[in-house]
Design a protein around this ligand. Structure first.
Ligand SMILES: [Zn+2]
Ligand SMILES: [Zn+2]
Ligand SMILES: [Zn+2]
Length: 747
């Protein structure tokens, strides 16, 4: 006979943890109690099988519960035989975790498609194990009046479920049914329909090749038949998105399996509560069965499965894959609110399928690249945000603001770093407004009192200005963190490393302390400090930002450095006058910042191989270069880049490589083979630098590592740790900033 007190810390509230504990204890014949308190969940169990209880609690916990830590204390038995769920204890600061939105669970799905069930085909079915969370919470604690469900009064049947500790819907805050809950509506020109009629009509429109804006969990999708090339070409025209691949949502796993290669674990991830988009390698059947406009020229396909009841109903009725892409105007944030959405997407969507459960804050779909043995997150948003990442050392209360691209922010307390959802690039006014609004909202929700605001070193970023403005408003210090140090920090905290590492930090743009644009850096350091041990041989960006949009300018800049006289090479469609103007720019060095960026080197090589002259979206040239490489039959063996040492810094000299690639291309060698050769020689050339630090662990950070060929090669050849939890892009940057800033403050 033993009595144990178990204190559980983690994501254990609002996930069905207490009913689970009560059931388990009763099955094992134990007495005692369970309750929620500010620290998490407190349990006392008494009986002969108390030990077994502990083991099974850890093994069998509800799918959404995450246990960060637990403590066990032995107490004197009291002869208690009954087990009860006690009232929550209040008081003190709540260490609460807001849950992400969760894909519809199996049990709800069964009810959804059961004609006998009272929620048959009800698009808002949910329970404690699934449904909206993050996108409906207005305030804490997480109770119905504090959500956007407040305006729906539960009917007696729903209320009975909600109040019954034995029920799957016990304290499921968004609980609803057709009698008392939200409903769907369709607007198509003058036409207006509700409920089942709205759904059936939407399906007709999709079959006819129309584009429908459909309200999901964290915002609107634009939806069209993935087999209908005319519909998709029209969607591309209206969205002004000529090339960037669309994601495809599948009605079932069988069709999906026919279209993409699934590494081990990929199917589980697709069907997980997070239900992200996975970028996978496509199979020939996808070319035959999907419209070419889904993902032109790409060896990959972004796929996902329905994750809300509404998606499940639509897809199961349609029976064919649909394109489901973010409902926004190019470069604008995702739309999530009526009535603005109607006017903003008017020129893009033919019809709107929406509902009356408001979205409190947006969350885009999350995206992971899964083209080798393990996935790399490209965008961490719906399903993952706002679960905290645990740092290896105490960060304290902090706010960190990211950079300028793929922007997110982070708030922290103790060792927990909570990274926000994805916002996109900070150029537009609306993105900025949404960013500031959400940031203030997070600070309020989590009741965080930051001791400092961390930001990028770049003096002109919007986020830098914002950091200073907020710091003044709140009377706080600011901490500038070097861009690539923050990338390195993000990897270190992801892997819980505190000692020195060697970090390959490769991206498009990061402000260097010397005022140049960094991005092909090898750093050695830790949370406190770093030194730059190697970089790319520098080159110019003729026209600055314009060079980023027009990679042919970078190709020219590479040739300018690599040759005394720039040789003739085919650059179709670039007018002679533009070429001359750029060469003049390079000669004078005006409007041409110096860079060591790996992303830009990929841009330049991509243009040199004729992949892309002008980019229509971020990282288009590198993506096309990677796509070409997959088509390689006999990868070109290229000579590794020589290393030049100057004042203690190693320059990886790409100039001979550029000369070799151009010469071999002019000789008629295949672009695909050269593209693959280029990927390989990058890894080979940097290997000696890694080998000079055999005792350090190596990490890779920066957007360049979204590459499905480069990253696995870095892992294999150099034993590099790759980003698995946080995106390697600037989307993961604030986590690194917060962690590094906590070290800088200590200094
Ligand atoms: Zn459910
Ligand atoms: Zn009801
Ligand atoms: Zn970066």
């Amino acid at each position: 006979m033993r009595r144990l007190r178990i204190r559980v810390v983690g994501v254990v509230q609002g996930v069905g943890f207490r009913p689970f504990i009560a059931n388990l204890a009763r099955r094992l014949g134990l007495g005692g109690f369970v309750l929620n308190d500010p620290d998490g969940v407190l349990i006392e169990v008494e009986g002969e099988r108390a030990e077994e209880f502990l083991a099974r609690m850890l093994n069998e916990k509800p799918p959404l519960a995450i246990i960060y830590s637990y403590e066990v204390q032995e107490l004197m038995p009291r002869g208690e035989r009954e087990f009860r769920i006690e009232r929550s204890r209040k008081g003190g600061a709540f260490r609460v975790w807001i849950l992400p939105d969760i894909a519809t669970c199996e049990e709800c799905l069964e009810e959804l498609f059961n004609p006998e069930d009272r929620r048959y085909r009800y698009p808002f079915i949910n329970c404690t194990h699934c449904g909206p969370r993050f996108t409906i919470i207005k305030d804490l604690p997480y109770d119905r009046p504090n959500t956007t469900m407040a305006k729906f009064k539960m009917c007696p049947l729903c209320l009975a479920e909600y109040e019954n500790p034995e029920d799957r819907r016990y304290h499921a805050q968004p609980n609803a049914c057709p009698r008392c809950g939200p409903k769907v509506m369709l607007r198509y020109g003058e036409e207006y329909r509700e409920g089942e009629e709205a759904i059936r009509r939407t399906e007709e429109l999709i079959r006819e090749g129309k584009i429908v804006a459909v309200k999901g969990l964290g915002g609107y999708h634009l939806i069209a038949d993935a087999r209908n090339d005319r519909a998709l070409a029209e969607l591309r025209r209206r969205k002004r998105r000529p090339y960037k691949p669309f994601a495809v949502m599948y009605p079932d796993v069988i069709t999906l399996q026919r279209h993409v290669l699934l590494p081990e674990g990929a199917m589980d991830l697709l069907r997980s509560p997070q239900a992200p988009i996975l970028i996978l390698r496509r199979k020939p059947a996808a070319d035959e069965e999907l419209a070419p406009s889904v993902a032109p020229d790409s060896p990959y396909l972004g796929v996902f499965l329905p994750y809300t009841p509404l998606h499940h109903i639509l897809l199961s009725d349609l029976g064919f894959p649909i394109v489901a892409t973010s409902g926004n105007i190019s470069d604008e944030p995702i739309e999530y609110r009526e009535p603005e959405v109607f006017s903003r997407l008017e020129g893009i969507a033919d019809a709107f399928l929406y509902h009356d459960r408001p979205i409190e804050r947006h969350a885009d779909d999350s995206v992971l690249i899964f083209t080798s043995s393990k996935p790399i997150p490209a965008r961490r948003s719906r399903g993952y945000v706002p679960l905290p990442i645990l740092a290896p050392t105490d960060v304290g209360e902090m706010l960190a603001l990211g950079s300028h691209m793929n922007v997110t922010f982070a708030v922290s307390r103790g060792k927990e770093i909570i990274l926000s959802q994805h916002f996109g690039d900070m150029d537009g006014l609306r993105v900025r407004e949404m960013y500031v609004k959400n940031l203030r909202d997070f600070i309020r929700l989590y009741a965080v009192k930051p001791r400092a605001i961390a930001h990028d070193m770049h003096p002109d970023y919007f986020t830098t200005t914002l950091a200073h403005d907020l710091a003044e408003e709140w009377g706080l210090p600011t901490v500038a963190v070097q861009h690539h140090h923050a990338h390195m920090g993000a990897l270190m905290l992801e892997y819980g490393i505190t000692e020195e590492v060697i970090a390959f930090t490769w991206d498009g743009t990061g402000y260097g302390p010397d005022g140049t644009v960094w991005g092909g850096e090898v750093l050695v350091g830790d949370g406190r400090d770093f030194r730059r041990v190697a970089t790319l041989y520098p080159f110019r960006l003729p026209g600055g930002e314009r060079a980023v949009k027009e990679p042919w300018r970078i190709a020219l800049a590479l040739l300018f450095e690599a040759y005394d006289d720039i040789p003739d090479f085919p650059l179709p469609d670039v007018p002679e006058t533009s070429l001359k103007a750029v060469i003049r720019m390079l000669e004078r060095g005006n409007l041409s910042p110096i860079t060591t960026s790996m992303g830009r080197l990929f841009d330049g090589i991509g243009a040199l191989l004729g992949m892309v002259k002008v980019s229509t979206h971020q990282a288009e040239a590198p993506q096309r270069l990677e796509a070409a490489a997959w088509g390689s039959r006999e990868p070109a063996t290229l000579a590794p880049m020589p290393l030049i040492e100057r004042e203690g810094l190693i320059y990886v000299d790409w100039r001979p490589l550029v000369r070799e690639i151009l010469a071999r291309r002019l000789r008629g060698e295949s672009v695909e083979d050269l593209a693959m050769g280029f990927h390989r020689v990058i890894v080979e050339s940097f290997a000696p630098i890694r080998e000079a630090y055999p005792n350090l662990r190596a990490v890779c950070g920066g957007g360049v590592f979204l590459n499905g060929i480069l990253s696995p090669a870095m892992e294999e050849r150099m034993g590099c740790l790759l980003p698995r939890l946080l995106p390697p892009t600037d989307g993961g940057l604030p986590a690194g900033q917060a962690w590094v800033a906590s070290h800088l403050l200590r200094r």
